[in-house]
Ligand binder design. Sequence first.
Ligand SMILES: *[C@@H]1O[C@H](CO)[C@@H](O)[C@H](O)[C@H]1NC(C)=O
Ligand SMILES: *[C@@H]1O[C@H](CO)[C@@H](O)[C@H](O)[C@H]1NC(C)=O
Length: 317
Amino acid sequence: MSRAAAALLALLACLAGAAGAATGRSPLGTVTARMAPVKPICAYPPSNSPTTAVAYGNAVTSRAKHPYATIPWWVRSDGTWFMCGATLVSSRIVITAAHCLDDSWGAPTHVTIGMLSWSDSAGTYQKIAVQSATRHPSYNPNTLDNDIAIIVLKSAANITKNAPAVLPAANLSLEKKKLVVAGYGTTEDGAVARVLKEASLPYINKNTCKTNARTTYYLNIPVTDRMMCAGGAKTTSGTAYYDACPGDSGGPLIYQASSTAAKQLVGVVSWGLDLPCGQSPFGAYSDLRTLKKWVCCKVRRLLTAGACRDVPTTTTC
Ligand SMILES: *[C@@H]1O[C@H](CO)[C@@H](O)[C@H](O)[C@H]1NC(C)=O
Ligand SMILES: *[C@@H]1O[C@H](CO)[C@@H](O)[C@H](O)[C@H]1NC(C)=O
C-alpha cells in the first residue's frame, strides 16, 4: 500500500471514530458531553481550513486583547492525546470539566497556556506539567452534575504573560448579561478548528432553562443548580445558534462587567443537546457560582488572596 493510501485509511478511520457522538432516539431528548471528538491523527485534517470554531465564532487573533486565552490542550500520560479546554485561575491552578478526566482518557500530563493557533511556535505559549488532577467528588458521569475538575500545575505559570480569570462571587447575577465562550473544538462545518475561537452568548435564566429542559426538550438529565445555560442567540442567517461545540469541553465561559473589568470564569463548557454543532438552542455549563465552594475548599491557598472571601473556611470538600 502506498503511503498516501495508508494515510487516507488512517484518516478515514479517525474521522469515523470522531463521528461517533452520543446517540439517542429523539435528538431533543438526549444530551451529549462536549468531549473531544478527536484523537491526534484528526488534528490536522489535510484539506481542511475551517474559518470559524465554537459554532459561528470569531477567531481570537490578538494576545493583547485576550490575555485570558488560556485554553490548554492537554496530554494523556500514555502518550496518546486528546483535547479539552481549561482556564487558568491562578499561577498554579487550572479549571476544566470533570468529564475531561473520565477514566477512558487517562490523566493529563501537561497544559499549554495562551496558544491561539496550533501553528504557534513553542516560545509563544507556556507548556507546564501537571502535578495533580482532581474531579469533583460528586461528579456524576451519567447526569454530568458537578462537571468540574481542578488541575494543579507543577510549576507556576507566568501570569504577567497570561492573566488568570477570577472566580465569580456566589451571588453574582448574570440575568440579561452577555457571556463569551472560547474553544478549539469543532465548528458548524463539523471540522476541528486550529485557531482559538470565541462567541458571545446570552445568559439564560436558570429556572427557564430547567423548565425548558424538562417540558420542551424532554431531556434525559435535569439541569441542576450546579449548571447554567447560555446560548439561543440566532446567527445572522437565522438558521443556527452561536454555541460551544464538541471539543470545547472544559473551556471557559467568561463574564466581564465592562471592557476594563476582570474576566470572571462563570462557567465551564459541559454539554449540549445531541444535535449538530450550532443547532442546539442552548449549551449547559458548570456554574462556578455554586461550584467555587469546592474549588476554594480544595485549593484556597493557591488562589489569589480574596478569591474565596465569600466562601467560609469551614466549608468541607
Ligand atoms: C513573564 O512574562 C512577562 C511578559 O511577557 C515577561 O516580561 C517576564 O520576563 C516573564 N517572567 C518570567 C519569569 O519569565
Ligand atoms: C453579594 O454578597 C456580598 C457579600 O459577600 C455583598 O457585599 C453584596 O452586596 C452581595 N451582592 C448582591 C447583588 O447581593
